[in-house]
Design a protein around this ligand. Structure first.
Ligand code: PNS
Length: 160
């Protein structure tokens, strides 16, 4: 059984994240889409909201399991027998931090393999931060977040 973790802040999940998920469901038997804490970011959405958005967005994929881990990514991966860690790369600006995280994760979990997918060009400009900004200023989030959560995310950001 090939299991991967697709980790992130998912604050909230975007169409770019869902694009990556739609491509890895065929590569792995089990895809653990996992919300983790990024100590450099303050979350807007609660863990419960993030998980609800992840579950609604990935409802069509039977091998996706959404979850949360309050700790190290590698500890979650080891505990779930996941040897593969997937990250999406949008632009060269993502590369430096990803290289650093990949190298440290590999030191902590030597048998792990980091798998990088280039985000489809349609979504290379999409980020959770921009989704929050556009949504809170009344902009249209269609195409930026998965259809299944468009109403929920739009409604939640409008009240800021
Ligand atoms: O969506 P993001 O914010 O780019 O995801 C970054 C994330 C959450 C995957 C990263 O910060 C992380 O792995 N956090 C968990 C704690 C951890 O393992 N830190 C060591 C990273 S080398």
């Amino acid at each position: 059984m090939r299991t991967c973790v697709y980790p992130g802040s998912f604050d909230p999940i975007t169409s770019g994240h869902l694009d990556i998920i739609s491509r890895i469901v065929d590569m792995f038997d089990r895809v653990l889409v996992t919300v983790l804490n990024n100590s450099t970011k303050l979350s807007f959405f609660s863990v419960e909201e993030k998980l609800d958005f992840l579950r609604k967005s990935t409802a069509g994929y039977s091998n996706v399991v959404a979850g949360y881990h309050d700790g190290l990514l590698v500890d979650f991966a080891k505990a779930n027998s996941a040897r593969f860690i997937v990250r999406g790369l949008r632009a060269i600006s993502d590369f430096e931090l990803e290289l650093q995280m990949a190298s440290l994760n590999k030191k902590l979990y030597p048998s792990a393999e980091m798998v990088f997918l280039m985000t489809s060009t349609d979504y290379s400009f999409v980020s959770s931060k921009m989704v929050r900004e556009i949504g809170s200023l009344g902009g249209n989030l269609q195409t930026l977040v998965p259809d299944a959560i468009l109403e929920d995310v739009t409604g939640r950001l409008r009240v800021i």
